[in-house]
Design a protein around this ligand. Structure first.
Ligand SMILES: [Zn+2]
Length: 301
């Protein structure tokens, strides 16, 4: 096997980091470790990967807003705040001795799904990663659109409730990720049931047909649909891919998402719109990061 065809794909999350080695479009080694909590731990991670595996190019996804031009982390997700203002690419290349390509975590998931998963064979789609927050990826005509500065597709911060709850992005109120996210759904369920439940339990209750839970999911899915409707008014795309942990709620949210889109996007052509669930789940980020490396970042536009 030629080592020139071996890529490392790394998906850094708020809590866990998934590392994978990809050859011939398959994950041939995979490891999940605790995410770094300091800058020293962050760089040590790459030292360890370099010692443990052989690869020629490395792709990396980090949650937050990345200045793609200068490869500086602008606003990392809170648990990775130590990366803010750090020029990451050159340092990692120095450690690994390989080329490194970086984008945000939702973008690598989108690339993974488009090349190998739910979007395989389709050249355009929007992807939403539903979890702690909402990440977004906009794949248009075989490229992942990052925009002028690399900040495109921050779908989680589309406003869906006037004067709604305050968002983690600052003083803004009513961003969709306040409603359709792990904390948004837990808070809503707590209001209804009087106590907090983990997502696993909430999913079970939905499966068992608990009306309160189904109603709560219907409400937040409608808001998610409203946000997707706003995206579709800007860009006419038929395929919507839902990824991330909360995509497991797919059967209980799909219809209300469509209802939200219908209410807010008058141009949407429902005969063509397809909402799909992630097919790669845990491997989406690894495969997408490896593909980012494989294209030497050229998949980004
Ligand atoms: Zn926000």
């Amino acid at each position: 096997m030629h080592s020139s065809k071996i890529f490392a794909g790394i998906d850094i999350g708020g809590t866990f980091t998934k590392l994978g080695i990809v050859s011939r479009n398959k994950v041939i080694a995979r490891k999940i470790v605790k995410s770094p909590t300091t800058l020293i731990e962050f760089f040590e991670l790459f030292n360890k990967i370099k010692n443990d595996y052989e690869f020629t190019t490395l792709g990396l996804g980090i949650p937050g807003i990345i200045d793609h031009k200068n490869m500086i982390m602008k606003y990392a997700s809170p648990s990775l705040g130590f990366l803010n203002g750090i020029t990451i690419k050159d340092k990692i290349e120095g450690i690994t001795g390989t080329e490194v390509y970086i984008t945000n975590d939702a973008n690598i998931v989108t690339i993974g799904e488009m090349i190998y998963g739910a979007g395989k064979g389709i050249n355009s789609a929007i992807c939403l990663t539903l979890g702690t927050g909402i990440g977004g990826g906009l794949f248009y005509k075989d490229k992942l659109l990052i925009g002028d500065n690399g900040f495109a597709a921050e779908f989680g911060h589309i406003n869906v409730v006037e004067n709604g709850s305050t968002c983690s992005c600052g003083k803004r109120k009513g961003c969709v990720e306040n409603y359709f996210s792990i904390s948004g759904i837990s808070n809503l369920v707590k209001e209804i049931k009087g106590k907090e439940y983990p997502m696993e339990e909430i999913l079970k209750m939905a499966r068992n047909g608990d009306n309160d839970i189904l109603q709560a999911l219907s409400n937040v899915s409608f808001l998610l649909g409203k946000a997707i409707g706003a995206i579709l008014l800007v860009i006419d795309i038929n395929t919507i891919i839902l990824a991330g942990g909360l995509s497991r709620f797919f059967p209980y949210i799909k219809n209300d998402i469509i209802r939200g889109i219908k209410n807010y996007c008058y141009t949407a052509d429902y005969a063509n719109i397809v909402i799909k669930q992630s097919e790669l789940l845990e491997n989406a980020g690894i495969l997408g990061a490896a593909y980012l490396a494989k294209t030497k970042g050229e998949i980004l536009y």
